[in-house]
Design a protein around this ligand. Structure first.
Ligand code: M6R
Length: 366
């Protein structure tokens, strides 16, 4: 039920702090420095010894998978490839029995992701599921996995499932990293501590709904949007753009910020709002600052997402502030304002937010 919320999507955005709590329950024990992922326990040796991990997914789940690549490579130092289920299954991919395949899917029923998983099974790869829907086809066909525990997602546009996916992939990355000795006990403990603080921080972001609503009023008539981010926040830029286009029907593109110079900069004028995820925790923050200056110099409007105490970007048209957290967790905080902005713009444009035209919640046919 929607309760007092106008749409399921808004409810699902707002309940994300509780979703993080559910996702961590019984798994993250920060004071003891323990991370328990029961569904992976019997596969940890093989996971930690993997020479390659392939993550397959579609849509929003593919964006989560991309962040999964960045997280696993950064923390656990295992090479990762991210694949669209539809491309993977039809391009005669090279698979070795030592490979590990992770299928990421909210519904657990997406036809292309399921078919990619079945292909990997034929090659005797270890197959792991990251699903929300308990007992779904992907959950049943994998050797093990980690459920999101995000609760039913009714809005066709995925929000809380994305957040739970990136959070779950963070847990998986940390678990493998610790098992491989890439991070020590103290480092694991401090990262788990940062995770336990995240629901409270995310609530503070969502409590700024009114600020996002005011901003959405200004940009609701735009025809195009650009979203830029680097590193861990590049997948967030892609996801922000997808949210806007699927529910408001505004054309939006996500780009790695440094790619702007290689083409999209030609599009920038006073009619092109550019959302830049620019936390100071980003190791390339100064390069993001330069990108912002380049947009402003061409008359583009910049909406910046950065930390509470950062006033370097006050010359932007709007600054959405998020609390400081460990760099690898910033995507969880940065995506919420983008979800809210897409929601408010779509609602103000009179769109059917929970059931956007032409879209199905789960794509079970090709
Ligand atoms: O159920 P899945 O996560 O496998 O679904 C994948 C995509 O179809 C899904 O994420 C889609 O892109 C949503 N409309 C995103 O909001």
């Amino acid at each position: 039920q929607k309760g007092s919320y106008k749409h399921f999507m808004l409810k699902e955005i707002c309940e994300q702090p509780e979703v993080l709590e559910q996702c961590m329950r019984g798994r993250v024990k920060a004071s003891e420095g323990q991370l328990l992922l029961g569904g992976l326990a019997m596969h940890m040796d093989r996971l930690a010894a993997a020479t390659r991990i392939i993550i397959v997914a579609c849509g929003t789940s593919w964006h989560a998978a991309l962040l999964g690549e960045y997280l696993i490579e950064h923390l656990a130092r295992i090479p990762v490839e991210v694949e669209y289920g539809s491309e993977f299954r039809y391009r005669n991919p090279i698979l070795f029995k030592e490979d590990v395949l992770i299928a990421v899917s909210q519904s657990g029923e997406t036809a292309d992701t399921l078919a990619a998983l079945q292909l990997a099974k034929q090659h005797k790869c270890l197959c792991i599921g990251v699903c929300n829907q308990v007992g779904s086809s992907i959950a049943r066909e994998t050797d093990g996995g980690v459920y999101l525990h995000a609760g039913p997602e009714i809005g066709v546009a995925s929000t809380k499932a994305f957040t739970a996916q990136i959070f779950t992939l963070s847990m998986i990355a940390l678990k493998i990293a610790h098992r491989r000795g890439e991070i020590d006990d103290d480092s694991l403990k401090s990262k788990l501590q940062a995770m336990t603080e995240l629901p409270g921080l995310l609530k503070r972001v969502i409590d700024q709904k009114e600020t996002v609503l005011q901003m959405a009023k200004v940009y609701r008539y735009a025809s195009n949007f650009l979203y830029l981010g680097r590193g861990f926040n590049f997948p967030v830029a892609l996801e922000g753009a997808l949210k806007l286009k699927e529910i408001s029907y505004i054309h939006a593109e996500g780009y790695p910020a440094a790619e702007m110079k290689h083409g999209p900069i030609a599009l920038i004028d006073q009619f092109m709002p550019v959302v830049v995820i620019a936390p100071k925790s980003d190791p390339n923050y100064h390069k993001l600052q330069s990108n912002i200056e380049e947009v402003l110099a061409r008359g583009g409007a910049v909406i910046a997402i950065t930390e509470d105490d950062n006033h370097d970007l006050d010359n932007c048209d709007y600054v959405i502030r998020v609390p400081t957290t460990d760099e690898f967790l910033m995507p969880v905080l940065a995506v919420a304002p983008l979800q809210l902005m897409a929601y408010y713009i779509a609602d103000m444009r009179g769109c059917n937010v929970d059931q956007p035209r032409n879209l199905a919640k789960s794509v079970t046919v090709e």
